[in-house]
Design a protein around this ligand. Structure first.
Ligand SMILES: C[S@@+](CC[C@H](N)C(=O)[O-])C[C@H]1O[C@@H](n2cnc3c(N)ncnc32)[C@H](O)[C@@H]1O
Length: 352
């Protein structure tokens, strides 16, 4: 099936958080892309039913910097398919992936409990960052998802006692990506998984120095039902539960039959999210630039006003000087000045 078959649906931009008048052009360009692609989307066959739903086309509300952007469509689908009672994420950072899970649970009206685990200090791979990152995640969580979502700040292991064994239906592991890190995180959290549990791993396709999730993935992918996406640094999907939801079983079966179709579809949908994020960031930059220009305009206006005032003060001082000079001249040419000249001469001579 052609990649163009899986493009974003009409009106999907309505769901995207694009605030401010300067972002109207963003919506317009997305709308144009939607309409161009809708004709192709209609021609898709029913064979994709096991791995593609309306939720696959949702657009995330909260777009942040993330290497995970391209996995949002599958994550929406996965929450729809698993209908998890409990979601745990190891590694949240700005919250992109986490809020995709929360948004899906919220939109699907699920009775889900969600937990985001992170030190919110960063690490040598993600980079060390400041308190503003936690503050931004907490602000979104408090305003939109606090009824079912909890941020557990600290090391992943510190939160193990807070989550009951056998209770987690969906676990996302995206912490540090060394081989020892991922092995430890998986082994520590596996007992928490329920009988219908699914674990997803980011960065299984990342081979740069210090990254070993690919190696770990090679070791576990045949031990459970599994599927590997290769785009956006890779996402491994592992069905660790003994009684997986039928939707997930059907996914693994269909994906085994048509892996390239499934990969192409979600890669294409993921690209749309990355494109959307670029537009979103451009719009944010334009907004910031416009604010800078407005601030510069204001500073210029103030400077011009100060200049006008200074010029007025200078002109008035100049007028005063001319007046004084005139008065002095009049005094010097007056009769009394002339008559008193000899006295001024004597007084000057007597001065010590
Ligand atoms: C790659 S980022 C997560 C990206 C995020 N999932 C997204 O959607 O963009 C990894 C995060 O894991 C956190 N982290 C790494 N190891 C950790 C550990 N052992 N305990 C707590 N947090 C950890 C880091 O602070 C960092 O914020």
């Amino acid at each position: 099936m052609d990649r163009a078959t899986y493009q974003i649906s009409p009106n999907s931009y309505d769901e995207v958080d694009l605030r401010g008048p300067r972002q109207a052009w963003v919506k317009r360009s997305i709308e144009e892309a939607d309409l161009n692609n809708f004709a192709d989307a209609k021609s898709s066959t029913n064979s994709s039913e096991a791995w593609l739903r309306a939720s696959s086309y949702w657009k995330p509300t909260h777009i942040t910097t993330s290497a995970w952007l391209g996995h949002a469509p599958f994550a929406f689908w996965l929450v729809d398919a698993v209908r998890p009672r409990s979601i745990v994420e190891l590694g949240t950072h700005f919250g992109f992936s986490y809020f995709v899970f929360c948004e899906a649970a919220h939109r699907l009206n699920l009775e889900t409990r969600a937990y985001a685990l992170d030190t919110w200090q960063g690490d040598d791979q993600a980079g060390i960052y400041g308190e503003e990152v936690f503050d931004s995640v907490a602000a979104i969580n408090n305003s939109e998802y606090s009824s079912f979502s909890t941020l557990l700040r600290g090391l992943f292991d510190d939160s193990l006692p807070s989550i009951a064994d056998g209770s987690v239906d969906l676990l996302h592991i995206d912490g540090r990506h060394g081989y020892e890190d991922i092995t430890h995180d998986f082994e520590a959290w596996l007992p928490k998984m329920s009988s219908r549990g699914v674990v997803i791993f980011h960065d299984i396709a990342e081979r740069q120095d210090g990254f070993g999730v690919w190696k770990f993935w090679e070791e576990v992918e045949d031990q459970y039902p599994s599927f590997a996406f290769e785009h956006s640094h890779g996402l491994g999907v592992l069905g660790v539960g003994k009684i997986l939801p039928p939707t997930v079983e059907a996914f693994f079966a269909a994906a085994a039959e048509s892996p390239e179709q499934v990969r192409a579809a979600y890669e294409s949908l993921g690209l749309e999210i990355e494109r959307l994020a670029e537009l979103h960031h451009s719009a944010q930059n334009a907004e910031a630039l416009a604010m800078n220009v407005a601030a510069s305009d204001e500073a210029l206006r103030q400077a011009q006003a100060e200049l006008r005032e200074a010029r007025a003060r200078f002109e008035s001082a100049e007028a005063d000087t001319v007046g004084l000079r005139q008065q002095l001249l009049e005094l010097q040419t007056s009769t009394s000045w002339t008559l008193t000249r000899p006295f001024r001469a004597i007084s000057a001579r007597l001065k010590p």
